[in-house]
Design a protein. Structure first.
Length: 167
């Protein structure tokens, strides 16, 4: 019986998603550059652009799935997988890069791999690289859930992840 309830909730969510996409299409129908703006609206609404959402957008607009995925994969901003509970953004701007941001990113990948191997935490974090966060004086810097951490070394990454896991 629980499976029936779960299925019912899933179908309800799909109908909500379809309705919201129809609203987004109506809102942007006559605007220049509307595909990108519709994709932004979908991602802002649902956190990412699922295959189902892209399919619904294609159906509502007549734009091919190939064109939609061409745009999604061209722009770094768009995600096709659900975001993690916590977002880790490693700044790769010039100052951060020169002061070791690549090593921070590599260490975060290693730490997240350890968490996943231990049976937890992998979907809890989303690791991203960004071009510049405007904190060059704090280089290298990482933004964790909109909180900036600066003057970091790879050894600081485990503590940052541990603090977020407790939160």
């Amino acid at each position: 019986m629980q499976t029936q309830t779960e299925l019912g909730k899933l179908l309800e969510w799909v109908e909500i998603m379809r309705g919201r996409i129809r609203e987004i299409v109506r809102e942007w129908a006559d605007q220049e550059g509307n595909l990108i703006m519709m994709l932004h609206a979908i991602q802002n609404e649902f956190g990412y652009i699922s295959r189902g959402a892209a399919g619904e957008l294609a159906k509502e607009t007549g734009i091919s799935m190939a064109r939609i995925y061409e745009v999604i994969t061209f722009y770094h901003y768009f995600r096709v997988t659900p975001p993690g509970k916590h977002t880790l953004q490693v700044c790769m701007g010039t100052a951060c890069y020169l002061k070791g941001a690549a090593a921070l990113h590599k260490e975060l990948e290693r730490q997240l791999g350890i968490l996943a191997a231990a049976g937890g935490g992998h979907d809890e974090f989303q690791l991203e690289t960004v071009r510049c966060i405007g904190c060059c004086g704090m280089a290298p810097a990482v933004v964790v859930d909109a909180e900036t951490h600066g003057r970091l070394c790879p050894g600081d990454m485990a503590q940052i992840l541990h603090q977020k896991q407790k939160a």
